[in-house]
Design a protein around this ligand. Sequence first.
Ligand SMILES: C[S@@+](CC[C@H](N)C(=O)[O-])C[C@H]1O[C@@H](n2cnc3c(N)ncnc32)[C@H](O)[C@@H]1O
Length: 309
Amino acid sequence: MGAKASKNKIESSQSVDSVQSHHTSAPTVIVDGRSYHNVETSSYFLPRDEEEQDRLNSQHFSIKALYGGNILSRVEQTLPQDAYILDVGCGSGSWVMDMAIDFPNSRVIGLDMMDMFPTMIRPENVIFELVNVLDGIPYPDNTFDFVHMRLMLSAFRKQEWPLVITEIYRVLKPGGIVQLFESDFTDKSKSPLVGSFISELINLMQEREQDPWIAAQLGDLLRQQSFENIELDLRKIDYGEASNPISKEMLWNWKIVFLALKPYINLHFNASSQEYDDMVKQFSKECHKYGWVVKTLAYFAQKPLRPAQ
Ligand SMILES: C[S@@+](CC[C@H](N)C(=O)[O-])C[C@H]1O[C@@H](n2cnc3c(N)ncnc32)[C@H](O)[C@@H]1O
C-alpha cells in the first residue's frame, strides 16, 4: 500500500480546507436488479444502490441510539470543536453529515470507493471523496484530529486490516483519536434456519479471505500499531427482544442484507427465488422466537503525542 498511498496523497501544500469534493462514478454491475461495485481488487460484496443507502441510514440511527450518540464519551471529552475529522468507508454519509451538524466548526471528510453519499445537498463543512482506501488514504501524515471507521468487516480481507490501521495512524495528528466500530454476528441461535444463514454468511466471508471474528482482534491490531489509551465499549443486540425498537430496526436491516446476498447465499440453499425470499421472512420470525445475539464493539484509541523511543 505504501507506494500507492504516496502516489495518491494530496500535495502537502494543499490543506484540508482547500480540497474540493470530487468524484467520478464507481464501476458497477447489476445482478438480479441490484447494483454492486465492480472494483476488481475489492472483496466487498454488499450492493451500492438506493435500497442499500436506505439500509445504511437506518443502521446509522440504530447504532446512534444503541450508543447514545455518534461518538464515545472518551472522544467527546477529547475532541476539539474545530477538528479535522475523517470517516473511512462512509457509505451513505449519514455519520459524516450528523457529525458536521453537531460540530459546525469542524471539517468532516467522508471517503468511500462507491458513490452512495450525497452529491448536492450537505452541510458546508462536509467533503465526500471517491477513494479506495486499500490504495492508501490520500492525505498527508498528521492531518486529522479524529478518524472514524465503522462496519468494514466485509470490506477488507484479514491481511488488509493492519495496512488500513497503519494508514489511519499515519494520517492522524500526534494525540489524535481513532474510533472503530465493528460487530460480531457469529453467536449461535437455537433456530436451525437462523444458524444456516449465519453459517452461510461466515462461509461467504471466508471464501473472500475476510475474518468474521475481526471485531475482537481490533484492540490487538491497534496496540501493534502503537496506539495507546485503548478502550472497548461492548454492547449486545438481542433479536429475541421483539419490542425493543433497536432490535426491531436492526432485524429489518439483516433482512435487507440477506435479500441482497441472495445471488451468493442461494447458491448453497439452491432454492427458487421466491422460496429464498420466504426463508428470509422466516429468518426474522425465528430470530424473535428463538433469539440471536449480535455483539457490537466500539474502540477508542489515541496516537501517542510523541513517537515511541
Ligand atoms: C457496511 S458499509 C458501512 C458504511 C458506513 N461506515 C456506515 O457505518 O454506515 C461498508 C462501506 O465500505 C465501503 N468500502 C468497502 N471497501 C472499501 C474500500 N476499499 N475503500 C473505501 N470504501 C470501501 C463500501 O462501499 C461501503 O460503503
